[in-house]
Structure formats: structure tokens, C-alpha cells
Design a protein around this ligand. Structure first.
Ligand code: PXP
Length: 254
């Protein structure tokens, strides 16, 4: 069954952690490509995979197999390195999202510092665009990063929601306000705005309610939940939480 997006909010599913389970034992299963196909049939608007430099979860053959078989667009997350840009230009996903990467981190810890590495990011984006790939930059909700993204000339940004997800109380509220204002500014400047990282059923609503955000990319919580209810149900639950929040926004009392 497919779950149509409501009010333009798309759901991209990150399937890296299916590969994490596989790599833990060096087996051929569970196959992230099979998970991706299941996610697509359960209504994912796109599939995200992060080919990390250390290949800790997704492997090169996963990228080529997913691209050969996915019925929905594939978004390749990658670091700004010559190796990754070469791979992307060879396999040509529909989308690339450039992210920072540190070998010692457990997961992506923050946005890409586009302002500090503007020339390298601009060069990578130019090469990717020449290969017909639509590129997003994963950034913190920081005006200096927005200015750098506009200078680089990318069409899409993804706002890092990790800090929002990791904080509570007043700190979380302040981060939410920051993200909301930033999304408005970025959209007004002509960028398509996505968001992701650390989102789960109980914190997705406030982000889904931001009208300028048109895509959420969610992985860990959905793959974790799928262990108990299966991937189609985990996706349906997330879609419902997103849509309920989006719908509440249209209500006069919200
Ligand atoms: N977006 C980006 C750019 C990411 O790096 C990640 C994590 O790989 C996600 C979204 C998804 O984050 P999570 O797995 O916490 O849902």
C-alpha cells in the first residue's frame, strides 16, 4: 500500500543501519537493498544511503545494487572527498547530500562547515552538477552556513536536527525556533529545505510542522522500530506522525 505525502512533506528512509546489522557479523544478510525495496513499496519517497570512507555499514556494491533496482530516487550521502565525488559521478544517483565525516564519530555529529570549506565544497558541487546530480548540503541552522550555501549555489539544503533531538526543555525549544526561522530564511532565498538526524516518533512533529520543510530523512529510529513491528509498519507509523503534525498546522487553533 502506498502512503501519499500530505502537504508536500516527503519521507526519505535511510537504510544504513540494516547494513550495520549485516556488517556486525560479516554475513550477507540482512540486505539493505532488500530493505530499500521494501521501504519503497511501503511508501518511502526516496532512499538514503551513506557511503562512509571507512565503509562501516554501506558497501560499494550496495550503492550499485540499490541504484540498479530502486523504484524511487536514491540519495547518496557522502563526504567532500575526491574518492566520493568520483564514485558519485560514476554511479550517478539522482541526489547527493554532502555531509561532514570523522572516522571516530558514532554518527554524523553536526552540519558541514560550508563557510570554512567553501572552495572545496563549491568544486565538488560543480563536478556533481556537471554529472547531472542534484546536490544538497547538510548544515546547521546557522546564518553563516546559509550565506555560504547561497554562494556555492546548491538547490537544496538539509538542516541538521541532531541538536534539537538531543536536547530537552528550553534548550530544545530554542533550537526549534532557530531551525524554524532558518528554514523560513532559506526557503525565502530560494533553497529547497530538507531536515533530518535523530528524528523519531516522539520528536518529529515539531519539525514536520515547519511549512518550509518539504522532506525529512529518517533512518535509525525507523530501522530500530522495524525490529518490533516490521519495516512497512514502522514507516506507516512515522508517516502518520508526520502527517498528523502537518495537518494540525492547518487548524485555526494550532
Ligand atoms: N540526514 C543526514 C544528512 C544524516 O547524516 C543522517 C544520518 O545518517 C540522517 C539524515 C538520518 O539520521 P537518523 O539515522 O538519526 O534518522
Amino acid at each position: 500500500m502506498s502512503h501519499p505525502s500530505l502537504a508536500g512533506l516527503r519521507l526519505g528512509i535511510n537504510i544504513d543501519h540494516v547494513a550495520t546489522v549485516r556488517q556486525a557479523r560479516g554475513t550477507a544478510y540482512p540486505d539493505p537493498v532488500e530493505a530499500g525495496l521494501l521501504a519503497a513499496s511501503a511508501g518511502a519517497d526516496s532512499l538514503t544511503i551513506h557511503l562512509r570512507e571507512d565503509r562501516r555499514h554501506i558497501q560499494d556494491h550496495d550503492v550499485t545494487r540499490l541504484l540498479a533496482r530502486s523504484p524511487v530516487p536514491v540519495n547518496l550521502e557522502m563526504a567532500v572527498t575526491d574518492e566520493m565525488v568520483d564514485i558519485a559521478c560514476r554511479v550517478r544517483p539522482r541526489f547527493v547530500c554532502l555531509v561532514p565525516e570523522k572516522r571516530e564519530e558514532v554518527t554524523t555529529e553536526g552540519g558541514l562547515d560550508v563557510a570554512a570549506h567553501q572552495d572545496a565544497v563549491a568544486a565538488a558541487c560543480l563536478t556533481l552538477r556537471a554529472a547531472g546530480i542534484v546536490t544538497a548540503l547538510f548544515i546547521d541552522a546557522d546564518p553563516a552556513q546559509l550565506a555560504a550555501c547561497l554562494a556555492v549555489g546548491v538547490p537544496h539544503i538539509e538542516i541538521h536536527t541532531g541538536r534539537y533531538a538531543d536536547t530537552e526543555g528550553d534548550d530544545r525549544h530554542a533550537e526549534l525556533v532557530r531551525i524554524r526561522d532558518f528554514a523560513r530564511e532559506a526557503a525565502a532565498a530560494g533553497l529547497e529545505v530538507h531536515a533530518g538526524h535523530g528524528l523519531h516518533l516522539h520528536n518529529v512533529g515539531a519539525i514536520a510542522r515547519i511549512p518550509e520543510v518539504v522532506e525529512l530523512n529518517i533512518g535509525h529510529s525507523i530501522v530500530a522500530r522495524s525490529m518490533f513491528v516490521g519495516l512497512p509498519m514502522a514507516i506507516a507509523e512515522m508517516r502518520r506522525a508526520m502527517n498528523e503534525a502537518r495537518f494540525a498546522q492547518a487548524s485555526p487553533v494550532a
